[in-house]
Design a protein around this ligand. Sequence first.
Ligand code: 9MG
Length: 360
Amino acid sequence: MADAKLYLRPLGFLYGDTAAEAVAEGIALPLAGSAIAFPAAELIEGVPVSTERRLLTAKDLQVSHDAELARVLKAITAPRPPFAGLALMRPLIMGIVNVTPDSFSDGGLYDTTEGAIVRAAELASAGADIVDVGGESTRPGSDPVEEGDELCRVLPVLEGLAGLQAAVSIDTRKASVARAAARAGAKIFNDVSALTYDPDSLAAAAETGLSVILMHAKGEPKTMHLDPRYDDVVLEVYDYLEGQIAAAEAAGIKRARIVADPGIGFGKTMDHTVALLANLSLFHGLGVPILVGASRKRFIGGVAGGETPQSREPGSFAVALVAAAQGAQILRVHDVAGTRQALSVWRGCVAEPGPSPLAS
Ligand code: 9MG
């Protein structure tokens, strides 16, 4: 088959001591060098419109002589270096600071410099590892913002965040905003267009040394929600991100500075989003950390009801756990304290439980 590719989707996750034992016994493999292990994987071969799929055990994977399979397996299992100086041994929490009048959940709540600085400090003291500051809403149906207006919104906020106990990320599609943010101390360039909106963005990321988040979006915010279509959303988003990672590396951005993000809600229906979340572990094959930003998004209301963004918080915690259980390394959320609590309970019960009652 022309252009046929191979994808691997790790399955059947083990956690904590059980994972370590299974890896030591050779019956499971580590997921991105973390404390999560997988004893099996789905091998997918073909192109998005036509694939063949079969299950393989960790043992099958280890004895295979297929060079491409070995390459993808290495990408999935290899430990990830720290991202923007942050170790990736547990899911990091990125808290959202929208300095905008029109964001879908908190538009207008923190659109003064002072309000946004206070919000960022609250998120950091609630345990955010990263705060993501944005001055342009990219919600479905939104209009672009002029560069000057965006700079006026975010720069004073970034300057007010010196000394914050969290890494600062700039959520922008514009190279000039990213460059100014880097000068003001930001460490991360979160670009929902994966550095494609502005022709200067690849160079800006390379020259500033900012770490980058490359997100998949189908279309522009204004129209992306109008009937998005895919042959296979999971494989198409994967292929796109693989291409953008290669483009970033070719521009001089080291792989250790790259995170990939499937772009929940950006040109995806509810079914597309559910497929991406159900198959999230496949994205470890990209060989970089994965970020999931599903907080309060519309698909949660579609799956479970919840008219207003605020009423979708319980569903947002559920998505955070779905993502963490598949080894996602960064979760972008509105409610940092709540997400931390959900993750701590999950870790305490599943990922790092106490001594087994069966142990003598
Ligand atoms: C800015 N922004 C809104 N949603 C997002 C998501 O899902 N991921 C990233 N990286 N940024 C987002």
